[in-house]
Write a protein that binds this ligand. Structure first.
Ligand SMILES: Nc1nc2c(ncn2[C@@H]2O[C@H](COP(=O)(O)OP(=O)(O)OP(=O)(O)O)[C@@H](O)[C@H]2O)c(=O)[nH]1
Ligand SMILES: C[C@H](OP(=O)(O)O)C(=O)O
Length: 216
C-alpha cells in the first residue's frame, strides 16, 4: 500500500456524497451531493501532490464513490459505522496492519481550497512534535487535521473538537495555513472557500450550479 515517499498517511473520512453537507441548505440535494463529491476529490488530489504524504486512505460507507477516489490514487477501506471518530480509528488500524511505519493523519474531506503547500507545511511542523497535534478550522472551534502516532491516535472530531483535542493533550499547530483551515459547512464558508480559490473539481461544480461566473 502506497508508493509515494513520505512519513505520513492521510486518513480521509468521506460520507456518501448524497448524505453529506446538509448545512448547505440553500442548495438542492443533487447540487449538495455533487459538491460533497467534488470536495473529497480535490482533497485527494491535493494530498497526493503534498510533500510528506506517502498515500491517502479513504474510509467511506459508499463503495462506489470510494472506487472513484481509488481511481485517482487513494487506497480505500469500508466504514464500519459508529460515526466519524470510529471510522478514523478503524482506518488507523487498517493502516497500521499494512504500513506500521507511517504516521496517521486524519484530514477532513470538506477542504475544497486545500493546496499541497499548506498540507506539507503542517506535516513538516507535525514531524517536529513528539505528541499528538491538530489544526483548528477557520472558525477556530473545529478541527480540520489531527495527527498522532498509532498508539496515541484518539481523534475527537465533532462540535467543539478544537477544545476537545486540546483538552486531550494535542497541540494546535500554528501558521496561517489558510487553505487547510477553510472547511466548508455552510453557504458562508463556501463563499470564503470560493474567495480563496477552489480545486478543479469543486470549481467545475460551483460553476455549473451558477455560483461562479463561467470563464473564472
Ligand atoms: N467515513 C465517514 N466520514 C464521515 C462521517 N461523518 C462525517 N464524515 C466526513 O468527515 C468530514 C467532516 O464532516 P462534517 O463537517 O460533519 O461534514 P458532513 O457530515 O458532510 O456535513 P453536515 O451534514 O453539514 O454535518 C467530511 O469529509 C465528511 O464526509 C462518518 O460517519 N463516516
Ligand atoms: C468534523 C467537525 O466539523 P464541523 O462539522 O464541526 O465543522 C469538526 O470540526 O470536528
Amino acid at each position: 500500500m502506497f508508493t509515494r515517499p513520505g512519513a505520513f498517511a492521510v486518513l480521509l473520512p468521506v460520507k456518501s456524497p448524497g448524505t453529506g453537507k446538509s448545512r448547505l441548505s440553500t442548495l438542492r440535494d443533487d447540487q449538495r451531493a455533487r459538491l460533497a463529491a467534488a470536495f473529497a476529490t480535490d482533497v485527494v488530489d491535493a494530498c497526493l501532490r503534498a510533500d510528506g504524504v506517502a498515500g491517502v486512505l479513504v474510509v467511506s460507507d459508499d463503495a462506489a464513490f470510494a472506487a472513484t477516489l481509488a481511481a485517482r490514487g487513494a487506497a480505500t477501506c469500508a466504514d464500519p459505522g459508529g460515526g466519524l471518530n470510529a471510522a478514523l480509528r478503524h482506518a488507523a488500524a487498517h493502516l497500521h496492519e499494512r504500513r506500521p511505519d507511517l504516521r496517521p493523519v486524519a484530514l477532513c474531506g470538506d477542504l475544497p481550497s486545500l493546496v499541497p503547500g499548506d498540507l506539507a507545511t503542517a506535516l513538516a511542523d507535525a514531524a517536529t512534535q513528539p505528541g499528538p497535534c491538530f489544526v483548528r478550522d477557520a472558525d477556530t472551534t473545529g478541527t480540520t487535521l489531527y495527527c498522532a502516532s498509532y498508539d496515541g491516535f484518539d481523534p475527537r472530531f465533532g462540535a467543539g473538537s478544537a477544545a476537545a483535542h486540546e483538552g486531550s493533550g494535542a497541540r494546535p499547530l500554528a501558521g496561517e495555513l489558510p487553505t487547510l483551515r477553510r472547511d466548508v459547512d455552510d453557504v458562508d464558508s463556501l463563499a470564503d472557500a470560493i474567495a480563496l480559490g477552489l480545486g478543479d473539481s469543486s470549481a467545475d461544480v460551483v460553476r455549473s450550479i451558477g455560483l461562479l461566473p463561467r470563464g473564472s
